[in-house]
Design a protein around this ligand. Structure first.
Ligand code: NOJ
Length: 538
């Protein structure tokens, strides 16, 4: 259980993920960048978010949109310069907004100098930064197909958990660890407030070992290539380095890890005083359809099984957008989900565009697909004998472009999509929600998010309170969180019929939707009521 004694800044922070290529273009080339992002800081401040997570912006061939880093010490020219980055950090801090950055420690781009040297000079020390072998084993890549690729010249194969252009680092080699700590120092020196560690439980700390197991359907289970023995030691070195640095610098850095699991029991051990502050709870965040019984069960399980705070999110650059994936594009349902995201116990992470209800983007043909994972699955399906149509459907299932469409600031501008130039100059698909039409509209989803974010930030019970109650009845989720003499009760009707509630009229209504004070005993479908009770402490 979370101790009440040591409060950290990130417990009262609402984070907002920025997929940098798609947020705001600042120089007219159709690609989001730091200049553009800086120009939108006022919007973000007005929205109320006080923490930003920036996806990788380092020089990269962008085979996997920046998760294939070729130089860890610079900014990719598409996104600006180091000076632009510094200015952005300064401006964010001036507005009271903290910034965490995404760091990819598991693999580097095959364009990275270490890998290039390892290829051209097999005797160099960099050969041992990677896994070169005479023969592959049966491990599969997370993007589909074998995890082994033959080197362009020479006879060996190298290991890549993701695409062949993302070569895995050998974390058994101390030099890799030392070099990566230097990377962390470089960005800490530039003022970042923490890191989001990419696929951090995937680090190969025990080399290439036994074959992976398979499930009953013959699909490979990643039983030996992730969560390897030694991973906790490795991660604890990384976290200790950041914490020592922070202590010396008199600041407090936040560490959140992408731990690739949907099983809570596997996520939980990565969160501790020596390891990560929080992990992304994919057990809840990446559910594929909305079942309030399951959501409630996950909230209860997180309460029971985690040693620290959970994270609460339903969106990211790796999953279909929640309004389309979970809410059947129903804005009322999305508003209810927002209430859950911002009042349940845990660190809230929003993803750009969810505050206006941006839906999934669906590439209409294979040539429009940008995502490497989807492209790979398309090719594998074709090789497997599927028709083009079937292969396109398979690719679409896997396609992460769904959530990577450019931020819709207004109805007529649509200058870019991810890092892909074919989209430059195209008009936005019809009828997308946009920021301009919602600003100033008190009934808009945007305004609802703003109200909730302020509540979440300014209310001690919502920042630090444990659950006094957490229950589900007929689709009505209710929970109470208390802090000192205040209790905040949240009631959310996740059903499509009105639900009876017991509203005590002496409690202050902090925010509501689908609730009418003249009929205080009902909550409309997808309605929310957040009320505060002040208790006598004597
Ligand atoms: C997780 C990232 O979120 C995803 O976008 C990326 O493809 C993989 N890690 C590989 O770095």
């Amino acid at each position: 259980m979370l101790s009440n004694t040591k409060h950290k800044w990130w417990q009262s922070t609402v984070f907002y993920e920025i997929y940098i290529a798609s947020f705001q273009d600042g120089n007219g080339d159709g690609v989001g960048d730091f200049k553009g992002l800086t120009s939108r800081l006022d919007y973000l401040q007005d929205l109320g978010v006080n923490g930003l997570w920036i996806t990788p912006f380092y020089p990269s061939p962008k085979v996997d949109n920046g998760y294939d880093v070729s130089d860890y010490f610079n900014v990719d020219p598409d996104f600006g310069s180091l000076a632009d980055f510094d200015h952005f950090i300064e401006q964010a801090h001036e507005r009271g907004i903290k910034v965490i950055i995404d760091i990819v420690l598991n693999h580097v781009s095959t364009e990275h100098a270490w890998f290039r040297e390892a290829l051209v000079n097999p005797e160099s020390k960099y050969r041992d930064y990677f896994f070169f072998q005479d023969k592959s084993n049966g491990w599969e890549s997370f993007f589909g197909g074998s995890a082994w690729q033959k080197e362009p010249v020479g006879i060996q194969v190298y290991y890549h958990k993701f695409s062949p252009e993302q070569a895995d680092l050998n974390w058994q080699n101390r030099a890799v660890r030392d070099d990566m700590l230097t990377v962390l120092k470089f960005w800490l020196d530039r003022g970042v407030d923490g890191f989001r560690f990419d696929v951090i439980n995937f680090l190969s700390c025990n080399g290439i070992g036994e074959e992976n197991l398979s499930d009953a359907d013959g699909r490979q289970i990643h039983s030996h290539d992730i969560d390897q023995p030694g991973i906790y030691d490795c991660l604890s070195d990384i976290c200790a380095y950041v914490r020592d640095y922070s202590e010396r610098a008199g600041k407090d850095c936040f560490l959140v890890g992408e731990v690739g699991h949907e099983e809570l029991a596997k996520l939980a051990p990565y969160q501790s005083d020596d390891l990560l502050d929080v992990v992304f709870n994919f057990n809840l965040g990446s559910i594929t359809h909305f079942d309030i019984g399951n959501v409630h069960a996950q909230l209860v399980a997180m309460e029971d099984q985690l040693s620290g705070l959970p994270t609460i999110f339903f969106n990211s650059h790796d999953m279909a957008r929640s309004i389309s994936r979970l809410c059947h594009d129903n804005v009322e349902h999305a508003a209810a989900l927002a209430a859950l995201t911002l009042t349940a116990k845990g660190v809230s992470f929003l993803y750009f565009g969810e505050e206006i209800g941006m839906p999934n983007f669906i590439p209409v043909s294979v040539s429009e697909i940008q995502d490497i994972q989807a492209k790979n699955h398309y090719q594998l399906a074709i090789t497997d004998g599927k028709t083009r149509h079937q292969a396109y459907d398979i690719a679409l299932e896997e396609c992460r472009d769904k959530s990577r469409l450019y931020m819709q600031w207004n109805s007529d501008e649509f200058s870019g999509f991810s890092t892909a130039t074919p989209w430059i100059g195209k008009k936005a698909p019809e009828n997308l929600p946009n920021v301009d039409e919602q600003i100033g509209d008190s009934d808009s989803l945007l305004q609802w998010y703003k109200n909730l974010i302020v509540l979440r930030r300014d209310n001690m019970a919502l920042n630090f309170g444990n659950y006094d109650a957490l229950s589900l009845e007929q689709g009505l989720l209710s929970f109470s969180r208390s802090w000192q003499n205040q209790i905040v009760h949240t009631l959310i009707n996740f059903s499509d019929v009105q639900q009876p509630i017991n509203h005590n009229s002496s409690y202050e209504v902090m925010a509501s939707k689908g609730f009418n004070l003249c009929e205080p005993n009902y909550l409309l479908p997808y309605g929310t009521l957040i009320i505060r009770e002040v208790r006598d402490v004597c």
